[in-house]
Design a protein around this ligand. Structure first.
Ligand code: FAD
Length: 298
């Protein structure tokens, strides 16, 4: 299996999908169907998240292996520092290595729901950069390492400048590429990217994109992901609050426009947060391929 860093050396922009490990057999079937529907779009890689609180330790590894072996897609396992000691993290990473997994998205993870600050377990890590240093020290270059970044700053950071200061430290610890938190306002992304470049961050920055497929997601995105929804988009979503089909159509239209603009402005890649659903992502990427005149056999 290829490393994502090798792909990024020869192909920009990349297109990729993010899935989460399902908890039920119904969810598993749904994910299988989504992968089958999206595979013909020939993603450069797919990634599998690591459940909050480390709840999907084994499942993440199983799904990444399955997607690599059964679907022959380059895959990446997310990993967080939440609830694990160094020894436990080492065991998880060893298991990834044994399964021929070559890509790790190294994250700190969120604090528990009832707490505002992150507390490391005894013998664990407080920040993502420590996990990255650890992977490099213990496993040399066995993995290509991705990390998270935030165009509208991480919720705990005092300012975007402070967040980028620490981001540079994180990148220097061995990051090959960054994937952003979801965002809808491209100007905020361009401003962030300019600042990152000015601060010496040179790795590819892949944009995280998520179409809104339900009105109730809006509150979650703005509060949890700390992202702004442009007035124009919000206005049109408000209009279709009770008409789901129309809302999804508008949202897809917006995402296509957003991606087109990002591509015109040399984005390194587009990573779709699919929520294990295939329809919206499929429609958006298919339209982008048509615009870019990329032909695929479906
Ligand atoms: P860090 O890079 O450690 O940063 C966390 C905070 O600490 C920031 O405010 C930063 O400015 C600050 N900081 C960093 N270094 C220092 C330092 N040396 N001193 C002082 N302050 C510092 N969560 C999951 O649970 N599972 C997932 O699979 C998952 N996947 C994600 C994928 C992407 C693309 C993104 C954007 C996020 C993902 N998350 C996931 C969420 C992520 O775990 C949270 O956003 C978490 O709060 C921060 O993780 P991080 O790796 O960015 O942390």
């Amino acid at each position: 299996m290829k490393k994502i860093s090798e792909i990024l050396e020869v192909k920009l922009p990349t297109f990729s999908f993010e899935f989460f490990p399902p908890k039920t057999s119904e969810g598993e079937q749904k994910l299988e169907l989504s992968i089958q529907k999206l595979k013909p779009l020939q993603p450069d890689f797919v990634s599998i998240t690591y459940g909050a609180g480390g709840s999907t330790r084994i499942k993440t590894n199983e799904w990444v292996s399955k997607i690599q072996n059964q679907y022959d897609l380059v895959s990446m396992a997310h990993l967080t520092c939440v609830g694990s000691t160094k020894e436990e993290l080492k065991e998880i990473i060893l298991n990834h290595k044994d399964q021929n997994i070559k890509n790790i998205m190294a994250l700190r993870g969120d604090p528990p729901k009832d707490s505002t600050s992150f507390v490391a377990v005894n013998g664990g890590f407080s920040y993502a950069y420590q996990l990255i240093e650890f992977i490099k020290k213990e496993f040399n270059d066995s993995f290509s390492i991705g990390a998270a970044c935030y165009p509208e700053k991480h919720v705990e950071a005092k300012s975007l400048e402070e967040d980028i200061y620490y981001l540079k430290k994180k990148v220097d610890s061995g990051v090959d590429f960054l994937i952003t938190q979801l965002f809808f306002d491209n100007d905020k992304f361009y401003h962030f990217r300019d600042l990152a470049y000015k601060n010496g961050i040179k790795v590819p920055i892949i944009a995280g994109i998520m179409p809104i497929t339900a009105y109730k997601q809006i509150e979650r995105f703005t509060q949890m992901a700390n992202c702004t929804i442009p007035d124009k988009l919000l206005k049109s979503l408000n209009e279709f609050q009770n008409k789901e089909e129309d809302l999804i159509k508008k949202s897809i239209e917006f995402s296509v426009m957003q991606c087109e603009d990002l591509l015109k402005n040399d984005v390194a890649g587009i990573h779709f947060y699919t929520l294990n659903q295939s329809d919206a992502t499929y429609q958006i990427l298919k339209q982008i391929y048509d615009i870019l005149k990329i032909s695929i056999s479906l």
